[in-house]
Design a protein around this ligand. Structure first.
Ligand SMILES: Cc1ncc(COP(=O)(O)O)c(C=O)c1O
Length: 380
């Protein structure tokens, strides 16, 4: 028998669509991949070289569980540069991706039966990780009509004595929404720990400005990583920045769960922070172009996209009029248009009937995907 909480962990449906797409590709039907949030860019060459040099020089051992001090220092400096908030490197823990950073913070804060508030549509792994800690996800809906902005009155109403944390994801997956400054300020004033997932920080368009709760509250747990901004998904490198009082228990959790993050990967992170800025800006500009091509192309087909996504690299498309559940629709799009997409259901009930399209893939693939979709639309 398996633990009950594993039954609450849902499969990631975009991966299921992708995997069927891969099987179709192996059988000779090439698929255009607009489903997953995987940048098609190469990692910064300086990061690759640093990882190679590190391995060749024999850096294949454990490090301090919190990460190499030089990297934690560089992350603290990056935080000050990007958010205007100075932090002590001793408040940083380096992890193998942002995902373990989220899991560490939830393990720190959540006892069985405790509650975590989450705006929905949401990144599917949050409730799964909350469930893995025995916690309960309390969803606060956001919708297309209000640009997926969080309603703080609804958040306040959702707070109970068992509330242990509020997730803030800005820019968000799957909507691309950026939460306005006032919303972040109000959330920060509630006196409840804010888990601020800033993995898409820096990936914004049309001058959208992201406000971080870092510096606005002493209860901010900042979650970030190199996967999206630096196109380093496969390196598995992320970090958290937490309040000073949380550091000792977080360190113990890190030691027990993961021991430390790979040394050569941490060296790659140091190099990315030191030399990657120009490439990060180049990628952002390319995403901005791809975003226009994708969003305009879908709208030209008569499809409705409630907001021009101000951040991240996803467009959440309202396809409720196709009157099919989003997983069936996503498979139909795969079968008829040979385009892989992300079914809205992945992101909660609030996104049912929506389909997520990613513009992290190449411009050519986006254009080809649009052509295929336009041809298949009458059949759908
Ligand atoms: C909102 C959000 N947070 C966290 C992650 C996990 O990223 P990582 O590769 O750093 O573990 C993702 C990945 O898609 C994401 O979309």
């Amino acid at each position: 028998m398996f633990a009950k909480r594993t039954q609450e962990v849902e499969p990631f449906l975009a991966m299921e669509v992708m995997e069927r797409g891969m099987a179709m590709a192996r059988a000779g039907t090439p698929i255009v991949q607009l489903g997953v949030g995987e940048p098609n860019f190469d990692a910064p060459p300086a990061a690759v070289q640093a990882a190679v040099d590190s391995l060749v020089s024999g850096e294949t051992h454990y490090t301090d569980s919190r990460g190499l001090f030089v990297l934690r220092e560089a992350i603290a400096q990056d935080c000050e540069k990007r958010r205007g908030v100075a932090v002590d490197p001793d408040r940083v823990v380096v992890t193998s991706g942002t995902s373990p950073a989220i899991l560490l913070c939830l393990n720190l804060l959540v006892d069985p039966g405790d509650e975590v508030i989450l705006a929905t549509p949401h990144y599917p792994c949050y409730p799964n990780m909350i469930a893995a800690c025995g916690g309960k996800t309390v969803l606060v809906p956001t919708g297309p009509d209000d640009g997926f902005v969080m309603d703080v009155t609804k958040v306040r109403a959702a707070i109970t004595p068992r509330t242990r944390a509020i997730f803030l994801a800005s820019p968000a997956n799957p909507t691309g929404a950026v939460q306005p400054k006032e919303v972040v300020e109000e959330l920060s004033s509630l006196g409840i720990p804010i888990l601020s997932d800033e993995i898409y920080g820096g990936l914004t368009y049309d001058g959208a400005h992201v406000t971080s709760p870092m510096g606005l509250t002493d209860h901010c747990y900042l979650l970030d990583g190199f996967s999206k901004r630096y196109a380093m998904t496969g390196f598995r490198l992320g970090y958290l920045i937490a309040p000073e009082v949380a550091m000792r228990p977080l360190q113990s959790l890190m030691q027990s769960f993961f021991i430390s993050t790979s040394q050569f990967v941490q060296q790659a992170g140091i190099a990315a922070l030191a030399h990657g800025a120009a490439q990060v800006e180049h990628m952002r500009q390319q995403y901005a172009i791809r975003r226009r091509i994708l969003v305009d192309g879908l709208r030209d087909m008569g499809l409705s996209i409630p907001i021009d996504p101000p951040g991240a690299f996803y467009a959440l498309v309202d396809m409720r009029h196709f009157e099919r559940d989003s997983l069936t629709l996503s498979f139909d799009i795969l079968d008829k248009a040979h385009v892989a997409t992300g079914p809205g259901r992945d992101f909660g009930e609030a996104a049912e009937g929506f389909i997520r399209f990613s513009f992290a893939t190449s411009r050519e693939d986006i254009e080809e995907g649009l052509r295929r979709l336009a041809r298949a639309l009458p059949e759908l």
